[in-house]
Design a protein around this ligand. Sequence first.
Ligand SMILES: Nc1ncnc2c1ncn2[C@@H]1O[C@H](COP(=O)(O)OP(=O)(O)OP(=O)(O)O)[C@@H](O)[C@H]1O
Ligand SMILES: [Mg+2]
Length: 146
Amino acid sequence: MILKTEQDLIDFGEQIGKALFPGALITLKGDLGAGKTTLTKGIGKGLGVTKIINSPTFTIMKEYQGEMMLHHFDAYRLEGEDSELGFEEIFEGEGVCVVEWPQYIEHILPEERLDLVIYKCMDQGREILCTPFGEKYVTLAKELEL
Ligand SMILES: Nc1ncnc2c1ncn2[C@@H]1O[C@H](COP(=O)(O)OP(=O)(O)OP(=O)(O)O)[C@@H](O)[C@H]1O
Ligand SMILES: [Mg+2]
């Protein structure tokens, strides 16, 4: 899927947010500035979060109250660390989790998830590749026509 503008990315995120179920996990990959946080802003909108969502790089995780809790992770600063972080319970919980840079905390992430990779195109547009892992996420991807 190709999304031309930042607003398109937010709108797409909003659709995802509206379709999520309790305990859902979305992993977001892509280079610095690809649009992972932008997409998360849309997901939050779809979940009814009213606070402004911004990058949790320095705190690793931020929580927002919407129709379901949104736990927004940015694991960028955890590259190369495999220390105990205490986040496991959050991934087992009822809230929705969105994880930027999931590569760096793969050892604590559940296998079942919707994995999205955002690529920058030549013209500011973004291409998104989606891979669902697990039955619930296959259904979600179909629902979103991904
Ligand atoms: N089509 C587009 N979709 C999304 N963002 C775009 C687009 N075109 C330009 N941008 C810009 O790209 C940037 C995306 O930043 P964002 O913080 O969402 O990236 P990120 O993937 O979260 O980066 P990081 O890895 O640093 O967390 C924003 O500054 C946004 O204005
Ligand atoms: Mg980000």
